[in-house]
Design a protein around this ligand. Structure first.
Ligand code: T4K
Length: 405
């Protein structure tokens, strides 16, 4: 049920009018499947008194995720960050691993947390995904692997990355946090590289409150991953590996299963919203919507605008300020790039020299809300906000200038 209403206003909150939306619109507002099914599952769980440790809901969730990803194995975890850490450890990556800087900080932290240096590769500005040519440029004698990313659900160039992996003897895995239920050249994301990691965080289109999963076709790896997420236990009183507690709870799996049942419905909502963004945001000067290839399966989880500061009357930061004043909490995923955040900024102060496309793209991107809590009327209002702001760009710049003083 959508409860937010757009207030009719000709002007803008930054220019003294009321915000266009009564309550805040978020990027990543959780989608909710059937409440009845969720509560039924909670009751089952309470009756069973089985709350964690490879319970029946977790096993069912794993089977369903593996079926969608078309992989032999799925190992559910408490979140994608821990899943990345465990996958990196299970693959025995060491020294340096190549990763895009243009990602959520968790991708880089999962390496650094285990004292592996993330070496940042640049992106291809046409796709915003890691550029294989840049990967090849930063390979050193210490490189043990490549951690690719399917940004916003659009798959990276797995063929080129895996060719490089084979040529240089590097292990390849993917952060597929955004790419659950997406395809790459008609193949489901999940089976690329040694393994892929999904996120089922509250803000993802399919959520398990918190959750993650590693999918793989490698039987030995799957066995190791299962032990490692449970302190390394391979039987009662028997520990065979170094492990951690990465287990998904039954409550999270119950939510995950309920979300999965609503998957088709949520994709339709996201796709319909995306098409409304295409319609209402076309023709705005200097603004382009990042496109999804309609030949592929997409989850349409992210609505991404690129603001060209040379062509648009306002730059990206000004656009974000305009939206925030109207109660639209636009986000800058992923500004300023991991290399500009600690500890990497201090550890690798010159990394930016190799990352010109990352720097440029990160300064132009603005994400807008979508999902079940957003509809076409709201999208039309968001477009109208931007159109009006462009019309009064001089006054907006003055207002923002005054605010900063
Ligand atoms: N790799 C990549 C490429 C990722 O993008 C992520 C996570 C990961 C790995 C790690 O996955 P997990 O370990 O989280 O499974 C958010 C999410 O927390 C994070 O999961 C996500 N990516 C990232 C892109 O976005 P923040 O710090 O920006 O979240 P926050 O708290 O600002 O929330 C986003 C918006 O959602 C807010 O405006 C509020 C709204 N919200 C959030 C929650 C949790 C709600 O309305 N309800 C809620 O329950 O990171």
């Amino acid at each position: 049920m959508k409860v937010n209403t757009a207030i009719q206003s000709k002007r803008l909150a930054l220019l003294g009018d009321l915000p266009r939306f009564q309550s805040v619109l978020h990027v990543g507002r959780p989608n909710v499947g059937s409440r009845e099914r969720l509560l039924e599952r909670f009751n089952d769980m309470l009756d069973r008194r089985w709350f964690s440790n490879d319970g029946p809901f977790v096993q069912e969730f794993e089977a369903k995720v593996a079926a969608i990803a078309k992989t032999r194995h799925c190992v559910a975890m408490c979140n994608a960050t821990v899943a990345l850490e465990i996958a990196i450890r299970a693959l025995e990556l060491t020294g340096e691993v190549i990763v895009p800087s243009y990602t959520f900080i968790a991708t880089a932290h999962a390496l650094q947390w285990q004292e592996i240096t993330p070496v940042f590769a640049d992106i291809d500005p046409a796709t915003c995904n890691m550029d294989p040519r840049s990967v090849e440029r930063v390979i050193s004698s210490k490189t043990s692997g490549v951690l690719g990313l399917h940004l916003w659900g659009r798959a990276c160039d797995t063929e080129a990355i895996e060719r490089i992996g084979r040529e240089y003897g590097l292990k390849v895995m993917y952060d597929a946090a955004h790419a659950f239920a997406c395809t790459h050249r008609g193949t489901m994301v999940g089976g690329f590289g040694e393994c892929e990691v999904f996120s089922f965080h509250a803000t993802k289109f399919i959520n398990a409150f918190e959750g993650g999963a590693i999918v793989t076709n490698n039987d030995d790896l799957a066995t190791r991953l299962k032990f490692m997420r449970n302190f390394g236990f391979s039987g009662y009183d028997k520990v065979s590996y170094l492990g951690v507690n990465g287990k998904m709870t039954e409550a999270c799996a119950a939510m995950g299963l309920t979300s999965l049942e609503a998957l088709d419905e949520i994709v339709v909502v996201n796709k319909t919203n995306y098409e409304a963004f295409e319609k209402y945001f076309s023709g705005l000067q200097g603004v382009s919507l990042i496109r999804y290839d309609k030949q592929e399966h997409n989850n349409y989880q992210y609505i991404v605008l690129e603001i060209d500061p040379e062509a648009a009357p306002l730059n990206r930061d000004e656009v974000v300020d305009v939206f925030h004043a109207e109660n639209v909490l636009a986000r800058k995923y992923f500004w300023p790039g991991c290399h500009r955040m600690e500890p990497y900024r201090s550890l690798q102060p010159n990394a930016y020299l190799m990352l010109p496309n990352t720097e440029r793209v990160a300064s132009r991107i603005c994400l807008l809300p979508t999902g079940q809590t957003v509809d076409a009327g709201m999208i039309a209002s968001m477009a109208e906000i931007l159109e009006t702001a462009f019309q009064f760009s001089g006054e907006i710049k003055d207002a923002l200038g005054k605010r900063q003083k």
